[in-house]
Design a protein. Sequence first.
Lengths: 173, 162
Amino acid sequence: MSILLSLFLKLSAFSLVAFGGVSALLPDLLDLAVYQERWIDLQTFSDYFAIAQAAPGPNFMTVTLLGWHLYGVIGAFLATFAIAWPSSILIFYLQRLLLGIKDPLKKQAIQYAAAALAIGLVLSSAWEIALQINHGVAAYVLTIFTILFTTFTRWHPLYLIVLGAIIGSMGLI
Amino acid sequence: MSGFGGVLPWARRTLVEKDKILTSEEFSAILGICQIVPGPNIMNLAVCVGSRFAGARGAFAAVLGLSIGPILLVLLLAVLYDHYSYLDSVKGILRGISAVGVGLIASTGLKMMRDEFQYPAMLLVVVITIVAASYFHLGLGWVVLIASPFALFLAWIKAHKV
């Protein structure tokens, strides 16, 4: 029970600082779950991250799977709820306020500021997660290849995920 | 950026093009707000759209509707994982996918960064954030606390210039 409570409280706190969405908080989630609380080992975390990427649906599924690992179905729903409720309540009340800002400059400024924060957090998240879960040169090559492909082509990400799965299944990564 | 890279485009297609619940401008305005606020973007979108039509209950229904299916599906995958994760091929597949997944997150960030070049000083905020998070390994809350004054200050100037 104390695990559930601790999971709930910590994820709820993350929810309010996760500018850039769940991708941005993955390093903090990894640090908490793997190194501080030792809820899960690094390999399982990486595998859950992969499953969450491959599954259709929103990208907070790594959180859901962490909850599943700790406390089955209840844990999965509780973890998902914890990551979503504080920010949901925040936006519920903020949306009217923000949509109601008459001064377009103020509105623009808030949007620019949040975007810059999100970019920084998402990029450093990608960097830190890569350092944790990519083992060996081949994995980094695949990561860089993915970045290049999504930047310079309009390929659907699903093709790249399938490609990653095929390369991985051949034991190359 | 969802698993299939696709909840947002799908939401736009359904809400704007098919059901005509929102105009394209309304959708963009709401999306802009959802990206300002922390937390899962798609959940925030669900709250905004749902509450517009049926208040708190609408928001709740939208969030549930959006998340139950994917959660059940991912739990099914988790059960399969528990049974087959010992297989070398499964391990390899997951390693391959996670290497791609990291790349997808990075390219989301890089795509968003393109817009920043119209006022490059804003990139300073990006650099501060990355240094605080990746070099000093500060927690997310601290990073946001340190970087947001710079972000707001520069954003204010940018809003007046651009």
